[in-house]
Design a protein around this ligand. Structure first.
Ligand SMILES: NC(=O)c1ccc[n+]([C@@H]2O[C@H](COP(=O)([O-])OP(=O)(O)OC[C@H]3O[C@@H](n4cnc5c(N)ncnc54)[C@H](OP(=O)(O)O)[C@@H]3O)[C@@H](O)[C@H]2O)c1
Length: 291
């Protein structure tokens, strides 16, 4: 392994990958505004060395996976595709739970079909708590995990990841089975899950922050808009996004990034973050920013 790579489900991947959530239409619902541009972003990502792509059947729904298939199939041998199950969309684009074991199986089968693979490299069990998913999400975590283990035993998924989990759920899962990665909300400005990141580091499990730049959703603090991030970026001759991503890369060696973008320019900028070095003054001011 070099400093730029990490092992994910037994395969080497570059530490900066790509998140496909920005490729469908607005609010991750419906087709992209510009299909050719979305396909071009995926192809350019792989051309620039991305070999870890994060997706979900429910991005669109059915849109992100279809774009990945259209742009990249037959997939390069080194590409690790990571999807997730546990959610679906209603007719208005609302995010609703699909956490029952039969729904998890259906979710994996939908991914197999749309990505046209016999096995999805890694599938994250994306947990919706009751506060996010309502009573429908009230399915015991152990039952969900048991189905994921079964799907892996059947060879339909290569590795089991966890997403949006508590540290207790992660401990429960680790006591039961191997975990390929953990994907929770984290950025320079949002660090509630430091203890979980530490647990993953102890167990040598990749931690994959979602919303590494603060997401596209309104009402969430954007890393690229923070005045201190912008000041550091100006001083180092980098962009604010690169500073936010470089901070995450330096923060812990088990971090794998999947920034999402629909823009070729942003894609190239984000991938170049691996070449941005923060100095001691930058680290010290950025370390103090978490809300
Ligand atoms: N497990 C989960 O529950 C979960 C939840 C959310 C996301 N995810 C995964 O995590 C990935 C990352 O999260 P995310 O895409 O929601 O949010 P994100 O990566 O934090 O931010 C995406 C937003 O940042 C903008 N952006 C990207 N690069 C930029 C740059 N260089 N300069 C300025 N703005 C930039 C994008 O706009 P442009 O399109 O204009 O670049 C978009 O608005 C997703 O793609 C998805 O695969 C998982």
């Amino acid at each position: 392994m070099t400093a730029d790579t990490q092992v994910l489900a037994g395969r080497p991947v570059r530490r900066i990958g790509f998140g496909a959530m920005q490729l469908p239409g607005p609010r991750v619902f419906g087709p992209p505004r510009d299909r050719d541009a979305a396909l071009a972003v995926l192809r350019r990502a792989v051309q620039l060395g991305v070999n870890h792509i994060d997706t979900a059947q429910y991005y669109g729904p059915d849109v992100a996976n279809e774009l990945i298939h259209a742009a990249l199939h037959p997939y390069p041998d080194d590409l690790v595709l990571v999807s997730k199950v546990g959610g679906q969309r209603d007719a208005e684009g609302g995010w609703i739970p699909a956490q029952r074991p039969d729904e998890l199986r259906q979710g994996v089968e939908d991914n197999l079909r749309s990505l046209a693979v016999e096995r999805v490299d890694v599938v994250n069990l994306r947990v919706m708590g009751e506060e996010e998913g309502g009573p429908e999400a009230r399915v015991p975590f152990e039952d969900q995990l048991q189905m994921m283990v079964k799907l892996r035993e059947e060879g339909l998924i290569g590795g089991i990841g966890l997403s949006n989990v508590t540290i207790e759920q992660t401990r429960t899962a680790l006591a039961r089975t191997d975990i390929a990665c953990v994907q929770n909300n984290m950025s320079l400005l949002h660090r509630d899950d430091e203890p979980l990141l530490e647990l993953c580091r102890e167990h040598e499990i990749p931690f994959v922050p979602f919303f590494p730049l603060g997401s596209a959703f309104p009402g969430m603090p954007k890393v690229t808009e923070h005045p201190e991030v912008r000041a550091v970026a100006d001083r180092l001759g980098a962009t604010p996004a690169q500073v936010g991503l470089a901070w995450l890369l330096e923060h812990s060696a088990n971090v794998l990034l999947i920034p999402g973008t629909s823009s070729l320019a942003h894609l190239e900028e984000n991938l170049a973050a691996s070449g941005v070095e923060l100095d001691a003054a930058a680290r010290s001011s950025l370390d103090q920013l978490a809300g």
